[in-house]
Every structure is written in C-alpha cells, then in structure tokens.
Design a protein around this ligand. Structure first.
Ligand code: GLN
Length: 278
C-alpha cells in the first residue's frame, strides 16, 4: 500500500476516536517508517512493506481503542521537554503549564528556594520548574514506584542536579523539611464522573479522588501548612467547577490569600493560598 493511501485509511479509522485523526495517522506512520513527518508528503507514492504495514496497523489499532497518542509514542512534550510517559503516569496536559507559570512568577530568578511537587507522576511539573530555576532544589514526591521510575529517567535527561525524588503518600516522605513553594496537580475527578471512561487508559489513582473529587485536595490542604515556610505559597490545580469548593476547604484549614487563576481557555483551574499568619 502507498503511504498516502495508508494515511487516508487510518484517518478514516481514527475519525471516531480522535479529534485530530489525520495528524495522529501521520505521526504514527512516520514513526512506523522511522522517518520525519515531512517525508510522508515528499514521497506519497512510496510503498509500505508488509512488516512496516503490520507495525503501523498495530499502532492504529491501539489508537482506535482510545489509547492516548502519548502512550503509543512513549513521549509527550511539556514545557518544551520531550518527556517519557507510561501508563503508570498521567499524560501531562498543556493546561498544567499554568501551574508552572504561576510557580515561576513566585520564584525569583536567582532564588535558592526549596520547591515541592506532590504527586509528580512523570515529573513534568518538577522538571519544568527545576529547568527554569536552576538554583532551586525541587523535591518531587509520588506514591507510585512505577511512576517514579519514569520520573527518574526524565529527571536524568532534563533536569539533572536539582530534582530529588521521594516515594510516599503526599507529604509523608518530607514531613521534616520546609518549602518555599508547594505545587500539585493531584487527582480531582469525581469517582462517578463519566469522563473517567474516556480517560480509562490513564492511572485511575492519578485522576479520581473520591465522591466529590476533592479527597486529595483535602489532604493537601490539611497536610501542607506544617511543611510550608511562613512566607510560602501553595499552588493546586483543580477542575474548572471546583473553585468555590477548593477555596472553602482551604479556608477551613486556615489558609489565607486564597486566589484562583484562569487557564488559557478562561477557566478557573489553579488556586494559590498562603499560610495562616503571613
Ligand atoms: N485534567 C485531567 C482531565 O483530563 C484530570 C487530571 C487530574 O485529575 N489531575 O480531566
């Protein structure tokens, strides 16, 4: 089969599952023939050999079953770093760059601050901050050893030198430390939310957080005051409809200066809070 025909067939096959079926087909095909995407347009008449066609077919089948492109490719770009991802880690989302951006606005360029990323997954947030603020030490915690193995490799490639990984649940491995900035993109989806079906290939533990989706954020609100410096700030990503609930439970725990920030789509997605007594 010719390359252009293979793209057309795969685009058709993926049209129900993907919002960008043609792009997905082109990316999967270029990887199957191990050439850049531009090659597909320069040589549409090239014939696929049987082995390559089988490899491409298998990749299209995975995508057709709803698996994210990032897992099929094994990588996802975040903050211009090409990060490894696996089904043990949430696929980093572009919206989460808002959390990084807000953290960087807090941290002066030459600061030698202690930064903490709770629930780091692939390490995306920790690596983005560490690479922009090389004098800071970033500690990244995750409860999943499989996720930490992915994060370890990403740290080695993208931010060697100023990221330390710790295994444990939320603040548990860092209780004796103090931080200037704590960031987290915790699970925040309601456990009965139908959206989880579309996200079924990603780790449920990174997405779902109890009946109201707030279990993890509740834990962060309760645990973080004791490890945040007096002048420190907490930044938490959450769902667009959770702004009021998140502010409410932060207030209950004595947090002050609670302020929610909108993402590029204009949705309220990251809440900042400071310690009581600032
Ligand atoms: N933003 C994710 C979604 O696609 C959820 C991520 C999370 O729970 N941290 O719904």
């Amino acid at each position: 089969m010719r390359l252009d025909a293979a793209i057309a067939d795969a685009t058709e096959a993926l049209s129900r599952v993907s919002e960008s079926p043609r792009l997905d087909a082109e990316i999967l095909l270029s990887r199957s023939i191990d050439m850049p995407r531009s090659y597909l347009f320069a040589h549409p008449e090239d014939e696929l050999d049987d082995l390559t066609a089988a490899r491409f077919g298998a990749a299209v089948e995975r995508r057709k079953s709803g698996e994210p492109m990032a897992y099929i490719m094994g990588t996802k770009e975040f903050w211009s770093h090409e990060l490894l991802v696996s089904p043990a880690t949430l696929v980093p989302r572009p919206e989460t760059e808002l959390l990084v951006d807000l953290a960087l606005r807090e941290i002066p360029r030459k600061a030698e601050w202690q930064v903490l990323d709770l629930g780091t997954g692939s390490g995306a947030i920790a690596i983005a901050i560490a690479s922009e603020r090389k004098m800071c030490q970033v500690t990244a915690v995750d409860v999943s050893d499989a996720a930490l193995a992915v994060a370890r490799e990403n740290v080695r490639v993208h931010a060697p030198g100023n990221v330390v990984l710790e295994a444990g649940s939320w603040t548990e491995p860092v209780r004796d430390q103090r931080f200037d900035v704590i960031v987290s993109n915790p699970p925040y989806v309601r456990s009965d939310d139908e959206a989880l079906l579309a996200l079924r290939h990603e780790p449920r533990s990174a997405l779902a957080a109890g009946k109201d989706g707030l279990d993890a954020i509740r834990a962060l609100a309760a645990e973080c005051p004791s490890i945040l410096k007096e002048t420190g700030v907490l930044l938490i990503e959450h769902g667009a409809e959770q702004q009021a609930a998140v502010a409410g439970l932060l207030m209950q725990q004595g947090w002050t200066d609670i302020c929610c920030h909108n993402d590029l789509a204009g949705l309220p997605r990251v809440t900042a809070a400071r310690r009581n007594g600032k």
